[in-house]
Design a protein around this ligand. Structure first.
Ligand SMILES: [Zn+2]
Length: 291
């Protein structure tokens, strides 16, 4: 994507960290992930329903929601992080529906949400953003469920039309981030990386949830087509391409991959093929053509 006047390939010219060796996003290769069952679930405080006013802004690259400092996340190593903002990455260009930043075994998901936090030992996000242990991002990937509207997203999506132009803001009253995240908050991938936009600072502890959020096709379409950028074009494909893992290790606290649904479908196809094979053999045995 274009940030300021620079496209992604030229970010390092102005922001040297963007060509460092601990960059994000990455492709999460499930066969190379280190299984670490001792890694505890993240502790999320204040993520459930919060009354108040949360500003929601079109910043020209994405929609960003400001989060209250009462929202906290404790990492398995005990580090406490304070929530700062959340934003989304999506596709939509050339009828390409997928636009997540992290991919899993090369598969790009429809959307990705980033809940950005800073280390509570610093006074503010500004102070933390340059510190080597400054930031943590909780990420979740999205899938399409054709017809079922995800009502936890209705309020957020209905406000997108109010912030069509960059710089516009609106206010969300009531925010329940827990409902907007996947059901299973226990299983996640974890690795050390960077911000995925300039200045690409390599100080981010990433936590990518294994379970996904489901949205309807209409909801995804609205997310992809509601906002304009500074060039007056619809914001599409606001994701960075995946970066080399180099010598880093991705850890996960779960062993079985979350695509049990894929297995279910593959199993179904298997069963159907088996049925067809038997059907053809029966017909053959009777000396008839199967069709
Ligand atoms: Zn992001």
């Amino acid at each position: 994507p274009l940030i300021g006047e620079l496209d992604e390939a030229h970010w390092p010219r102005k922001y040297p960290a963007c060509e460092g060796n601990r960059q994000s996003p990455i492709d999460l290769q499930t066969k190379k992930v280190h299984y670490k069952p001792s890694m505890k679930a993240l502790s999320l405080v204040g993520y459930e329903a919060q009354a108040g006013e949360f500003s929601m802004t079109n910043n020209g690259h994405t929609v960003q929601i400001s989060l209250p400092s009462t929202m906290r996340m404790t990492a398995p190593d005990g580090t406490q992080y304070v929530a700062q903002q959340m934003h989304f990455h999506w596709g939509g260009a050339y009828s390409e529906i997928s636009g997540s930043e992290h991919t899993i075994d090369g598969v790009r998901y429809v959307t990705e949400v980033h809940v950005v936090h800073y280390n509570s030992k610093y006074q503010s996000y500004d102070e933390a953003q340059t510190a080597p242990d400054g930031l943590a991002v909780l990420a979740a990937l999205f899938e399409v469920r054709d017809y079922a509207e995800n009502t936890y997203y209705s309020n957020f999506i209905s406000h997108l039309k109010d912030i069509r132009y960059p710089g516009q803001s609106t206010v969300l009253s009531d925010l329940d981030l827990q409902d907007m995240l996947p059901e299973n908050l226990h299983s996640y991938y974890s690795y050390w990386g960077s911000l995925t936009t300039p200045p690409c600072t390599e100080n981010v502890h990433w936590f990518v949830l294994a379970d996904t959020v489901k949205l309807s096709r209409t909801q995804v379409w609205k997310l992809q087509n509601s906002l304009l950028n500074h060039q007056n074009k619809t914001i599409h494909n606001d994701y960075r391409r995946t970066q080399p893992l180099n010598h880093r290790v991705v850890e996960a606290n779960f062993k079985f991959l979350p695509n049990s649904e894929l297995h279910f479908y593959l199993n179904n196809i298997d069963n159907n093929l088996e049925y067809l094979r038997r059907f053809i053999e029966q017909k053959k045995a009777k000396g008839k053509r199967p069709w």
